[in-house]
Design a protein around this ligand. Structure first.
Ligand SMILES: N[C@@H](CCC(=O)N[C@@H](CS)C(=O)NCC(=O)O)C(=O)O
Length: 251
């Protein structure tokens, strides 16, 4: 959602940005990556997700979710909308402006890639996290890899350059902004010490989806992706959340 007054006209001047966020939230993580990639200064307000949202925040975002941004007084909510807006308002390496068919095609491919990952792969990451024991976890991991092989690996044939990022570029794009938070969780949570995702996923991806695995491994090393991610804290919080849901029989 974008609301509040006239459209921003930011032609390179420095916008005043507030990011309402929580560092444990993957959707909010998208906004952090975009802001860092675009080199935009911002002030952050951490929203405590363990408490009911305060009335002032519900005025910012009636859904009560993070992330939201205030951009020169204009509120923008929903992570996909926030990051698309930032990339459009600050044309740079994340996304080409729609000035030609080829740039429109690149944007369409980014959008399709993100849709494939979010709609076909992400549900398997969540399902894997809900697994109750090692054998369930391994089975869910197999499903996850199957989805990557079928839906995402073939999209790397779009690469036109030799760079390691989306489309063969040498820099992150909006595709990495929108998927990066989930890639870093995927590649972190497969570590056996967390018992969150099957450790077999790593070798299976190497074998069956090598392009995806190489790409994801590069993305999760980028400073814009790592700077707000506290792996241990996020893994522990994720584990605690799933344990609570299991205890409440809500899984
Ligand atoms: N579709 C939203 C999802 C955001 C979302 O689910 N955020 C979670 C934290 S990860 C949240 O704010 N939860 C608050 C709550 O459920 O009370 C987006 O992409 O921005």
């Amino acid at each position: 959602m974008v609301s509040n007054g006239t459209a921003p006209s930011n032609g390179g001047s420095r916008p005043d940005i507030v990011l309402y966020t929580n560092h444990g939230c993957p959707w909010a993580h998208r906004a952090h990556i975009a802001l860092r990639e675009l080199g935009l200064a911002y002030r952050e307000e951490i929203i405590d997700l363990d408490k009911p949202r305060e009335p002032w925040y519900l005025k910012v975002n009636p859904r009560g979710l993070v992330p939201s941004i205030r951009y020169d007084g204009h509120i923008v909510t929903e992570s996909a909308v926030v990051t698309q807006f930032l990339a459009d308002a600050h044309p740079a390496h994340l996304l080409p402006s729609t000035t030609s068919v080829s740039s429109a095609l690149f944007r369409a491919r980014v959008a399709f890639f993100v849709d494939a990952f979010i709609s076909k792969v992400l549900p398997h990451i969540f399902a894997s996290q809900r697994a109750q024991d090692d054998s369930d976890r391994d089975a869910a991991g197999e499903e996850l890899v199957r989805a990557v092989v079928k839906e995402v690996e073939p999209l790397f044939t779009w690469d036109t350059g030799k760079g390691p990022f989306f489309g063969g570029t040498n820099h992150l794009t909006l595709a990495e902004v929108q998927t990066g938070p989930f890639l870093i969780r995927l590649l972190s949570f497969i570590k056996p010490e967390y018992a969150l995702l099957s450790p077999k996923i790593g070798p299976l991806l190497d074998e069956r989806a090598p392009k995806f695995k190489a790409w994801a491994s590069r993305v999760v090393q980028q400073p814009s992706v790592t700077y707000v991610f506290d792996e241990k804290a996020v893994a522990e919080r994720t584990k605690a959340r799933f344990a609570k849901l299991a205890a409440e029989k809500k899984l």
